[in-house]
Write a protein that binds this ligand. Structure first.
Ligand code: AMP
Length: 305
């Protein structure tokens, strides 16, 4: 069977609903072509591009989903103003070597009386989960919906959203999903700021102020490098840098165990240093993993352990 009437923009298929994406994946399966899925909310940048490239390195077809998922936004969040630019995103996907884009409509991807949710009861509670109640329920639900619609061999997420990536690995393990969860490193601008679709909201001045975030994380990893093992001491060193930038409001900066996301008594196992700040009405998150690469390497093609 051929792809069901995809809208083609310069031959990159844009699949608009689950029926179209299923027709696309049926054709791949018939040819024994493996599939990698790269879930995104669009407004693509070099960070997303690196995920597409990581997916390509595993061979087979790469499907990029572009969907601003309403269920992961809270009442005060930026759902309405979240940047949407599908035509430009299609160009980036094509240049990065994607095979197709799945861009469903929110009104049809969720049934009007949708009432089934995926929630996780441990790793979703601290950090982002504490500040954004319900956020991860929306994330896990949409990711499971995307996996069910596309049934990929691999799904690729960015370390930029480390807690999200860790949670998805947990969901894949706990629910016996067959898809391997790959985590790709964070891509940063030359000044150290992690690329984010939300950086576009920052004024030039705010952007300079935002650099305290990667600086604080770097200070924490520097302490670890020098042998510091007290999470509180490491955390305080990061906090001091954030607090020195009065324009920043700190949501959190924490040093947590990479597996449990709990604050350890002493740093003996790999840790995640995760932080979230607000500058005006822009919220930025970032993280470092110690030792570097621990999250990206763990799992990989072996997936969801
Ligand atoms: P988003 O479109 O922001 O929901 O992100 C889609 C995917 O891209 C997620 O897996 C993110 O972790 C990943 N991502 C976002 N920013 C970056 C970045 N700077 N480097 C690497 N991956 C990223």
């Amino acid at each position: 069977m051929s792809v069901a009437s995809p809208v083609r923009i310069d031959r990159l298929p844009a699949l608009a609903d689950v029926a179209e994406v299923r027709a696309f994946t049926r054709r791949l399966r018939r040819d024994d072509t493996p599939l990698a899925l790269v879930p995104t909310m669009g407004a693509l940048h070099a960070g997303h591009r690196s995920l597409i490239e990581a997916a390509r390195r595993h061979g087979g077809a790469v499907l990029v989903s572009i969907f601003v998922n309403p269920t992961q936004f809270g009442p005060g969040d930026d759902l309405e103003r979240y940047p949407r630019r599908l035509a430009q995103d299609m160009d980036i996907c094509r240049e990065a070597g994607a095979s197709a884009v799945f861009a469903p409509d929110a009104a049809t991807f969720y049934a009007p009386d949708h009432s089934t949710w995926v929630s996780e009861d441990r790793l979703s509670l601290p950090l982002e989960g504490a500040v954004r109640p319900g956020h991860f329920r929306g994330v896990l639900t949409v990711v499971l919906k995307l996996l069910a619609a596309t049934d990929p061999d691999i799904v690729v997420f960015g370390q930029k959203d480390a807690q999200q990536a860790i949670l998805i690995r947990r969901m894949a393990r706990d629910l016996n999903l067959r898809t391997a969860v790959l985590i790709a490193p964070t891509v940063r601008d030359a000044d150290g700021l992690a690329l984010s679709s939300r950086n576009a909201y920052l004024t030039a001045g705010q952007r300079r102020q935002a650099l305290a975030l990667p600086r604080a994380l770097e200070q924490c990893t520097e302490r670890l490098r020098r042998g510091e093992t007290s999470p509180a001491t490491i955390r305080d060193a990061g906090h001091q840098i954030l607090a020195a930038e009065p324009a920043l409001a700190i949501d959190y900066l924490e040093v947590v165990d990479l597996d449990t996301l709990e604050v350890p008594v002493r740093v003996e196992e790999p840790v995640l240093i995760a932080a979230a700040v607000r500058i005006g009405d822009v919220r930025l998150i970032d993280n470092e993993v110690w030792p570097g690469g621990a999250l990206v390497q763990a799992g990989g093609m072996r997936g969801s352990s």
